[in-house]
Design a protein around this ligand. Structure first.
Ligand SMILES: [Mn+2]
Length: 440
């Protein structure tokens, strides 16, 4: 009698530069398919590496070198759908009868042809895994829940990235219910600060120069770097904290590419980094931002930024930056029939009323209800206008304008400087502003 020794080897793997979503999905797959072996690429993100070194006993992984590809019968791929993102499995590409199971949240543009797959655009792959864990009533430990939530949070920016789906939030809720530890997550998701980053920070601190610009303390750290360096924003953040300045900029020259990366961090409202970076073609938000410039003269970059700040163009935007002007107004002694014509012509619901160049009231379509007989159309505007006008000063912040609009349920506020109307700010002005300044 012949004994047919058929080997079955199922392995789970994921993409190179393994991040938390990839690692989480790998171990979630290991719960779903308990006979499969998790194989992690050689190159993994520094914070994932740190996590694995602490959790060695709980999350046992294998390296691609430990796997005999000839024995592999099933390949489970998570968080990628491309062969070239895997480490050490090229041989399997052509293997006949290989079963391939795919779990991925990226758009379907890869070259891995799966025997069966779960591929949906989702904030994180681990959300798809959690869906199956719940369906199959698998029990997960708090440590597993913590890893899974770290993956989910990393890929969705704590559920804030626009790719986040409702199901990601529900998966997060489930993982919190399973006792995922938020304290640990905030520690392990902290961006990597390694040897490279430390060297750069120390170089920046060699000759720190603090300057006063418009009363604010500012510092520039300028140096050349070679090749790609992760987490430069973290370095600049630490640099600002150590020097205790209002705003700090890192200007990093990449000589061989003829470019430089500028990264800014600000601790005060008056210096809006997002605005600085936008003017140079980059982006960001008030506290942090960056730009890649086709420029190698780091001193020129410093001068450029300093000049911007000197001109006071970086202060937080004010109502006067957003308002529309000139404003259509009407004189207080104009007849009501003229107002009616004006409103119809301009297609607006109301217009400010002026007397001796000062704002004295506002007349709106609603006020025409007070007119009882035809002859009243010959009466002056001041007889029908409302005199308790909500107005705003030009130096106020846009958010204050929004508060007034909400409080009084109005869509437009006259901007008044010393009693004179100099513009009008509308709901659409402020909405446009807030959406434009949101970081991408
Ligand atoms: Mn992912």
């Amino acid at each position: 009698m012949q004994c047919n020794h058929e080997l079955i080897m199922r392995i789970i793997t994921t993409h190179k530069n393994t991040d938390f979503d990839a690692l989480a999905s790998t171990f979630a797959a290991a719960i779903l398919l308990p006979d499969a072996i998790p194989v992690i690429p050689k190159s993994i993100n520094p914070n994932v590496k740190a996590f694995l070194s602490i959790h060695k006993d709980v999350f046992k992984t294998y390296s691609p070198a430990e796997i005999d590809n000839d024995q592999v019968t099933t390949l489970i791929v998570v968080d990628t759908n491309k062969w070239d993102r895997l480490d050490g499995f090229d041989q399997l590409k052509k293997k006949k009868d290989l079963e391939v199971i795919l779990w991925d949240h990226h758009p379907d543009n890869g070259d891995i042809e799966a025997t069966s797959k779960c591929q949906e655009e989702m904030g994180a792959t681990v959300t798809l895994m959690v869906r199956n864990l719940i369906k199959e009533k698998k029990i997960i430990t708090p440590v597993q829940a913590t890893l899974f939530l770290a993956g989910l949070y990393e890929d969705t920016g704590h559920l804030t990235f626009s790719a986040t789906k409702a199901e990601d939030a529900m998966a997060a809720a489930y993982l919190l219910e399973r006792k995922a530890d938020l304290g640990i997550i905030s520690t392990i998701l902290r961006p990597a600060y390694g040897e490279r980053q430390k060297d750069i920070l120390f170089q920046m601190l060699q000759a720190p120069k603090r300057t006063k610009v418009n009363g604010y303390s500012i510092s520039f750290g300028k140096l050349d770097i070679e090749g790609h360096v992760d987490s430069l924003a973290v370095v600049v953040g630490m640099y600002r904290e150590i020097l205790n300045v209002d705003a700090a900029f890192g200007v990093f020259g990449i000589k061989d590419q003829g470019k430089c990366i500028v990264i800014g961090r600000s601790n005060i409202d008056m210096i809006n980094i997002g605005t600085v970076m936008q003017r140079m073609g980059g982006g960001g938000h008030p506290a942090a931002g960056s730009v890649l410039l086709n420029e190698t003269d780091k001193d020129a970059v410093e001068k450029n930024i300093t000049d911007f700040i000197k001109r006071g163009q970086l202060s937080a935007p004010q109502v006067s930056d957003l308002m529309s002007f000139p404003v259509v107004t009407i004189a207080a002694d104009a007849k009501m029939k003229i107002v009616a014509m004006l409103l119809r012509e301009k297609g607006c619901t109301g217009v400010p009323v002026i007397e001796d160049d000062k704002l004295v009231g506002i007349i709106s379509r609603r006020d025409f209800r007070k007119i009882k007989k035809e002859s009243q159309l010959e009466s002056p505007v001041k007889a029908f206008m409302s005199t308790n006008v909500i107005s705003i000063e030009p130096g106020i912040s846009p958010i204050q304008a929004v508060r007034l609009m909400v409080k009084y349920d109005i869509g437009r506020i006259p901007v008044v400087d010393n009693g004179h109307i100099i513009g009008i700010i509308t709901r659409s002005d402020v909405m446009l502003y807030f959406y434009d300044t949101l970081p991408n």
